[in-house]
Design a binder for this molecule. Sequence first.
Ligand SMILES: CC(C)(COP(=O)(O)OP(=O)(O)OC[C@H]1O[C@@H](n2cnc3c(N)ncnc32)[C@H](O)[C@@H]1O)[C@@H](O)C(=O)NCCC(=O)NCCS
Ligand SMILES: Nc1ncnc2c1ncn2[C@@H]1O[C@H](COP(=O)(O)OP(=O)(O)OP(=O)(O)O)[C@@H](O)[C@H]1O
Length: 212
Amino acid sequence: MSEHYRAKGYAVLDCDRAAREVAAPGSSCLNQLVQAFGPEIVDAEGRLQRRTLARKAFSSEEGTARLTQITHPAIIALLVEQAEQAFSTGAEMVFADGAVIVGHSFEAYCQRIIVVDAPDDVCVARIMKRDEIDQEAAVQRLAAQMSSEQLRKAADYVIENHADRMTLLQQADQVLQELRKERNEHREKSETSADCGTGSGAVDCSDPVCRP
Ligand SMILES: CC(C)(COP(=O)(O)OP(=O)(O)OC[C@H]1O[C@@H](n2cnc3c(N)ncnc32)[C@H](O)[C@@H]1O)[C@@H](O)C(=O)NCCC(=O)NCCS
Ligand SMILES: Nc1ncnc2c1ncn2[C@@H]1O[C@H](COP(=O)(O)OP(=O)(O)OP(=O)(O)O)[C@@H](O)[C@H]1O
């Protein structure tokens, strides 16, 4: 879906990539991770060993919270910078693709949440194929994510991705159309209303499309 939006010319930020960038060798973020989780999370060249960190951080709630506390401020700063760059070069909307947004600080920066969902058995089969892992590992991976129910509660748009790619992309196009409609309606309203003089995310605007 991200690729589909990119191919249409939209800016789509990759949260996973941002997470990798902020934990580059020598970064302050990686230094803090080493302090919190130990020197074994980096190799001899100072590169993050993702699996080792995952094993340590995700083994307890405190560890997971510490991981988020260290990485998310830096990830958010980078994503905001990338979003500003996209807006300054004419983007009307900026998308961010990530698995850890709902329930975390970055959610407040998002004006709309799109959740792409599929039944657990379908997700497990796809994860097994994508990551070349067995069923048990795929089930575990899925269990580490926020539940479908919680995600759907937070969503402004839900895309049902149980079928083929064509069905997914048709729904993705439908959401784009609705977002554009919301955006245009907001722009028209902002031209006639004292509520929001900018139509571009003013903090005091009462319209949810401008939610800061
Ligand atoms: C710990 C890291 C290095 C493990 O990397 P690895 O490639 O092994 O796994 P991956 O990134 O695919 O994560 C696996 C699953 O763990 C869960 N997860 C990842 N980060 C977090 C987090 N901060 N809080 C809760 N769950 C998380 C997600 O459900 C994710 O799908 C990596 O997850 C990480 O840097 N996490 C912290 C930054 C973050 O929140 N990244 C997600 C941005 S979308
Ligand atoms: N409609 C579909 N038909 C067939 N395969 C699909 C469909 N949707 C997704 N997939 C496949 O399922 C796998 C998981 O999709 P993807 O990596 O986009 O999910 P994700 O939500 O970004 O994963 P994560 O939360 O782990 O980052 C990929 O291999 C993808 O190609």
